[in-house]
Design a protein around this ligand. Structure first.
Ligand code: GUN
Length: 285
């Protein structure tokens, strides 16, 4: 029987530790870490994520505000709000929930967030810092996966790590974090030839493709660690990952479920980044 990597339990343990850390930080500095979350429009999935972020912040003793703007908000208006939040010393972290409505240039907005408040670690300054090993904020989903591996005693050193998906949010930073821990990393994507031959070599396989049950048992090596980043909603309303869990799980040494695997860790790492941002603000660095 493979090990079920429980993101909910791991996340809970980490949030309890973080609650203590936040309390100690507030006691020492008088500063309450604070996060501004900006949401534009009414994407139902985003509304759920934003609500979860709000609840999570409060649960560990942080201050948070959700700024909900209408769908018709212009790019200029959003950029003006970001600039206002950059200047607002009450907030240490800023998160603009993606996706944004089509008429707004996402890159432009993300680049406008101060690198010191960039708790998503999406700004090119923070991406560059990550690639060169000088990171302050870690990208939340990949960092959550690294925490899960650590929590379950899974070493990356020398392992064949295969990441399917090359997004800026998950695939690319995931590869960087695995590399930083001495993994041998391949990034695969929709144009990769012989994908199955590559994934079959993986000791650690990370699926971040956004296609339901894309990774099937024949693509996975016996005894591999399988991390599923996908959250896909099926026609019947149920959630499923990028991995065909039922057939892959028996082959895997360890595997994350969907839901309850990677997802809960993403928000927990956001909370850590918010504390880091508050520490940066207090230290003036
Ligand atoms: N939408 C889906 N995932 C994310 C994330 O990690 N950060 C932001 N800002 N938006 C998202």
């Amino acid at each position: 029987m493979s090990i079920l990597i429980d993101g909910k339990a791991t996340s809970q343990a980490k949030r309890e530790a973080l609650t203590q850390e936040v309390a100690a930080f507030r006691e020492e500095t008088g500063c309450q870490p604070a996060l501004a979350v900006v949401m534009v429009g009414d994407n139902p999935a985003s509304a759920v994520y934003v609500r979860n972020k709000h609840t999570a912040c409060e649960s560990v003793g942080m201050y948070t505000e959700t700024l909900h703007l209408p769908e018709q908000t212009t790019e200029q208006e959003l950029l003006a709000l970001v600039e206002q939040l950059n200047q607002d010393a009450r907030f240490h972290g800023i998160l603009v929930q993606l996706p944004l409505p089509k008429h707004i240039n996402e890159t432009k907005v993300l680049d406008a967030i101060s690198p010191d408040k960039d708790v998503d670690a999406f700004h090119p300054y923070n991406v560059g810092a990550l690639v060169t090993g000088r990171e302050r904020f870690l990208p939340c989903t990949p960092a959550g996966i690294m925490e899960l591996l650590r929590f379950y005693g899974i070493s990356v050193k020398g392992k064949n790590c295969v990441v399917i998906g090359r997004s800026n949010i998950v695939g690319k930073p995931m590869a960087m974090l695995l590399l930083a821990q001495d993994g041998t990393v391949s990034i695969c994507h929709s144009k990769t030839n012989n994908l199955r031959q590559i994934t079959q070599q993986a000791d650690i396989l990370v699926a971040a493709v956004g296609r339901p049950r894309f990774v099937t048992a024949d693509m996975v090596k016996e005894g591999a660690v399988v991390i599923d980043v996908g959250i896909n909603r099926l026609d019947d309303g149920k959630l499923c990952g990028d991995v065909d869990f039922d057939t892959v799980a028996p082959k895997a040494y360890a595997i994350t479920p969907v839901p309850g695997g990677v997802g809960p860790m993403t928000i927990t790492m956001l909370l850590y980044n918010t504390l880091t941002a508050a520490k940066l603000a207090v230290s003036g660095k």
